[in-house]
Design a protein around this ligand. Structure first.
Ligand SMILES: *[C@@H]1O[C@H](CO)[C@@H](O)[C@H](O)[C@H]1NC(C)=O
Ligand SMILES: *[C@@H]1O[C@H](CO)[C@@H](O)[C@H](O)[C@H]1NC(C)=O
Ligand SMILES: *[C@@H]1O[C@H](CO)[C@@H](O)[C@H](O)[C@H]1NC(C)=O
Length: 312
């Protein structure tokens, strides 16, 4: 946004001409009051972004949010939930007796530039030396079994938000937000038990019974947000979006500037995590629309909505 234009408009308003100008505003779509202090802010008014981004969709659950029943019905199919809507609601009520009733997000402001680094787990981070660059962001989002110890030079040391589900859970330090992406009611129950009595249920893989972390920094993704990502960002492709893809869209909702690291294959086309050596050379992305998601992320970069770092 050209600051001289803003000053000019402000001067016009001061002289009362603002009223006259208003009628002609649509012809000058670039004349918007800036929403943030970054060089460039994400503006929903852009036609391309408007088809996908809906900032009224709440990314996180809060005590006073009520999930529409049709969104619950979409969500319950993800991992074949057999329990009903009222069980979901009672569980969410119990959740907020234990965890903060609303997520502590940084509000947007014209004099603030909220920068996010979203750090995936791709082997393309090896030898990238992105560590200091990643740590430079206000918000650093990591996910699943992503780790920093031993990989600081390439992935950094800071983690403000760590996205997980029970099957991918990791202990956290007490300054990191645990961001739960729930795929079934049991995932919400796990959260309650893992911070109290310990969880003894089963899942499709063995899961941790307890977790170390700061209970006051727990936030839970809204199943309605997951559905919105599937419908508006992925054209309903695949059964449901991957954690990694949802993390990128989440960042678009809570930050003004989004930088994405550690996604996709490495420069030889191999898929692996940065902390392991490649075992399965034909690694696929299962129920997730893998290549479509990757294409969508590249498209976001092409449209200058995110910066995308390949590591090479
Ligand atoms: C955006 O999301 C809100 C809240 O879910 C919804 O009411 C509204 O219809 C959505 N807008 C569009 C254009 O889909
Ligand atoms: C976080 O952990 C540090 C060191 O373990 C401790 O000194 C501090 O009091 C803790 N803060 C909270 C809010 O628990
Ligand atoms: C990556 O892929 C190439 C070509 O498919 C292969 O030759 C190489 O061994 C792979 N690298 C690793 C680390 O496995």
């Amino acid at each position: 946004m050209n600051s001289r234009v803003i000053v000019f408009v402000a001067l016009l308003c001061a002289t009362g001409l603002c009223v006259l100008l208003r009628g002609s505003m649509p012809e000058f779509p670039q004349l918007q009051i800036s929403r943030c202090s970054c060089d460039k802010c994400l503006t929903e008014e852009e036609p391309w972004l408007m088809q996908h981004l809906n900032k009224s969709v709440q990314p996180f659950l809060s005590a006073d949010y009520s999930l529409p029943e049709d969104a619950f019905n979409w969500w319950k199919r993800l991992q074949l939930e057999s329990r009903d809507y009222s069980t979901y609601r009672t569980t969410v009520e119990r959740l907020f007796q234990m965890f903060p009733p609303s997520p502590d997000l940084i509000e947007s402001s014209p004099d603030r530039c909220r920068t996010c680094a979203v750090v995936g787990n791709s082997g393309n981070l090896r030898q990238s030396h992105y560590g200091p660059l990643i740590d430079f962001h206000d918000v650093v989002i990591r996910m699943n079994t992503g780790r920093t110890k031993g990989y600081e030079a390439d992935v950094g040391t800071k983690t403000t938000h760590h996205i997980m589900y029970p099957e991918s859970a990791m202990d956290l330090d007490n300054s990191t937000h645990l961001v739960m992406f729930p795929f079934k009611i049991q995932d919400l129950e796990w959260l309650i038990k893992a911070f109290s009595t310990g969880f003894s249920g089963r899942s499709y893989v063995p899961i941790k019974s307890t977790i170390k972390g700061n209970k006051d920094l727990v936030i839970v993704a809204n199943p309605g947000f997951m559905r919105y990502v599937h419908e508006f960002w992925l054209d309903k492709k695949g059964r449901y979006p991957s954690t990694g893809f949802m993390a990128v869209i989440l960042a678009l909702h809570i930050c003004d500037e989004v930088h994405v690291f550690g996604y996709g294959a490495d420069k030889d086309g191999n898929w692996s995590h940065y902390w392991e050596t490649l075992k399965n050379k034909k690694l696929k992305t299962g129920v997730h629309p893998g290549s479509h998601e990757y294409y969508s992320i590249l498209q976001l970069a092409e449209q200058n909505k995110i910066s995308f770092y390949t590591g090479y």
